[in-house]
Structure formats: C-alpha cells, structure tokens
Design a protein around this ligand. Structure first.
Ligand SMILES: [Cu+2]
Length: 161
C-alpha cells in the first residue's frame, strides 16, 4: 500500500466519522420534522399553555366547555366528547352549527380523523364523535360555533402524556 492510497483511505474514514457525528448532533433538530411519528412526546408544550376546559369563545359570544366521555382523554383511541355551549349569561345555546378542527402546532399536522358534532343533546350540550389523538404532546381542538346569527370560535389546548 503506497502513501497516496493510505491518505485516501484515512480521508474517507475521517469524512465518514464526521458525517455520522454531524447527523447524530443534528437529530434533535431534524427529528421532529422527518421522524415525527416515532418521536412521540419528545417536545414539551409551552409552559404558559391555557389548559382550561371551559372558556369564552374568542369574541366572547359563547361560553364553551368540553369533557371527554372517557375518564381521561385516551391515546390512539376513538372516543366522544360532550361540548356545552351557553351564552355569557349561562343560557343554553340551542341547535348551534359546530365545526371541529385541530392539530398539533409543534408538528404542523392536523387531526388524524374528522370529528363531527353528531347530535344536539339538549340543554346546550352537543355530542362530538370521532376524536382520536394518535400521539402524546400538545394538541389544539378548535370549534367554530354558529347560533342565532352569530359565529365565534374557540381553541382548546390539551396535552397528552
Ligand atoms: Cu404530532
């Protein structure tokens, strides 16, 4: 083996090591983008996140609260919520038209399912079917509510462990 060949081999080996080390160091940054389904719960939600389950809508038209029909919001399991909509005075809002949206702000993806309000239960309560959160972390669930000629929306935050 001559000196030139040895130089080429050493250069190739050093380059390989540098590329591997650089890749490992960059993983925390590129990971969430490319390996996001495998990186469950690796990011923490903002500490200031409002996790209240009962809040006024963005423009104060309605007061909305949600509860899951399960004890806790389950991971990766289809389940149902009950949404309660009242006026600011606490009067039930009847027969509202409600659209559901949401996603994970830190991951740039929406909900994996298309939840729907399927039934008005009376007393300002609505059944929301088809919710499923397929990974841990910070989720947003948004409701756009129209009733009595008024439309307003609300974004709830929840974190799944
Ligand atoms: Cu995600």
């Amino acid at each position: 083996m001559n000196k030139q060949t040895l130089t080429v081999i050493v250069t190739a080996a050093v380059t390989t090591v540098i590329v591997i080390v650089a890749f490992l160091l960059l993983m925390p940054m590129i990971g969430p983008r490319f390996l996001h389904p495998m990186m469950m719960g690796s990011e923490s939600a903002p500490a200031s996140l409002d996790l209240a389950t009962s809040r006024p809508t963005d423009n104060g038209q309605f007061i909305v609260s949600w509860r899951s029909d399960t004890d806790e919001v389950p991971l990766n399991q289809m389940h149902t919520w009950t949404l309660t909509v009242t006026t600011p005075d606490g009067a039930p809002v009847e027969n509202a038209e409600i659209l559901v949206d949401g996603g994970m702000p830190q991951h740039g993806h929406g909900l994996p399912t298309s939840p729907q309000v399927t039934e008005y239960l009376g007393n300002g309560e609505y059944r929301v079917e088809g919710l499923r959160f397929q990974m841990t972390g910070w989720w947003e669930v948004k409701f756009n509510i129209s009733a009595g000629g008024q439309t307003d929306s609300i974004t709830f935050n929840l974190t799944l462990q």
